[in-house]
Design a protein around this ligand. Structure first.
Ligand SMILES: [Zn+2]
Length: 329
């Protein structure tokens, strides 16, 4: 077999899985790099030309072949690797597993808090779906062009909080632990006074909104506000491939480490904020290349993701601004 055939047929997945713990996410196998470590900087994908691998830490800006992998792994030159892989069955020499560093510690709310919040979220989700008094919440979400399938994905609910009707918005971490419960009040008071629109369950630790849906795609879109994230998720499934959307909520800061760590798992990061300065500030805090995206002005009015959704512009906007030429073919 020549080098092309070897690269096309060699079972690099089996070999790499022996070297590092890789998780299957979409079209990729992602995990620590067998050469330089990390947590999720290495990925493997199958192409018509065979397996290819990529490492953000040590791989340069391109995908490499199975032969490259074996050369590097077993310290062989090209010819030696070729002989190894093309001759009799390749038997890798065992290597010690790389230690996997843990994510930065975030102190989560205690277990009793968790249990209470789960009950609250379960109850409020059912209420939003079935209860008569929740009609005001369903109307509110429909008016924002958010569909029931989207409510379900985010487990939005309805509740009376301090006797005020509110959309209940749970925040999870990637392991489906509730870290915060936010309330978007929908009464007249909230309409009159923007300062009275939001509340949060006591003891909440808002980290990032939408983490339970993030799944190792190529592109991360960070946006402001839960309903903006929900709007993007709602149209992106039909519009954009390979996109994870997370919201940093209304306040930034305090979670910079975590944000940086999450962003590190993506090939491309885009920060979308209403205010260009805020987008820039978050972009810089990531300490890695990231693009800034600002809400467009249409006839003098700024449109955030939800406003674009309501007016039917969001799919086109995402296609034009986020879809990369390689994905658009
Ligand atoms: Zn590496």
């Amino acid at each position: 077999m020549n080098a092309h055939d070897i690269n096309q047929t060699f079972d690099l997945l089996a070999l790499a899985q022996g070297d590092a713990k890789l998780n299957h996410k979409g079209a990729y196998y992602i995990g620590p790099c067998p050469f330089c470590g990390g947590r999720d900087r290495f990925n493997l994908k199958h192409t018509p030309n065979g397996w290819r691998w990529f490492c953000r830490g040590c791989g340069g800006e391109k995908y490499h072949t199975p032969i490259d992998y074996v050369m590097r792994r077993d310290n062989l030159d090209f010819k030696q690797a070729l002989e190894q892989m093309g001759g009799k069955a390749y038997t890798p020499t065992p290597r010690p597993a790389q230690p996997i560093p843990t994510a930065p510690a975030i102190v989560l709310p205690v277990a009793t808090w968790q249990a209470q919040r789960w009950q609250e979220v379960t109850r409020s989700t059912l209420s939003l779906e079935y209860d008569k008094p929740a009609q005001i919440a369903r109307d509110y979400l429909y008016a924002r062009a958010l569909e029931p399938a989207t409510w379900l994905v985010y487990q939005f609910g309805f509740g009376l909080v301090y006797s005020r009707p509110a959309i209940v918005i749970p925040w999870w971490d990637a392991a489906n632990t509730i870290t915060a419960v936010k309330y978007r009040f929908i009464d007249d008071l909230a309409k009159r006074d923007p300062g009275r629109r939001f509340g949060m369950a006591e003891g909440s630790k808002p980290i990032l909104f939408g983490l339970h849906l993030a799944g190792g795609q190529d592109t991360l879109l960070l946006c402001e506000g839960e309903f903006n994230a929900a709007s993007i998720t709602q149209v992106a499934s039909d519009t954009i491939t390979g996109l994870d959307t997370l919201s940093f909520g209304s306040q930034s800061g305090g979670r910079a480490d975590f944000l940086r760590q999450v962003a590190d798992g993506y090939q491309r990061v885009i920060v979308w904020a209403d205010d260009p300065e805020k987008a820039n500030e978050i972009r810089l805090s990531l300490a890695r290349p990231a693009e800034a995206l600002c809400s467009p002005q249409i006839d003098g009015t700024k449109y955030d993701a939800n406003a674009l959704l309501k007016n039917g512009y969001l799919a086109d906007f995402l296609r034009e601004t986020i879809q990369t030429p390689t994905n658009a073919q």
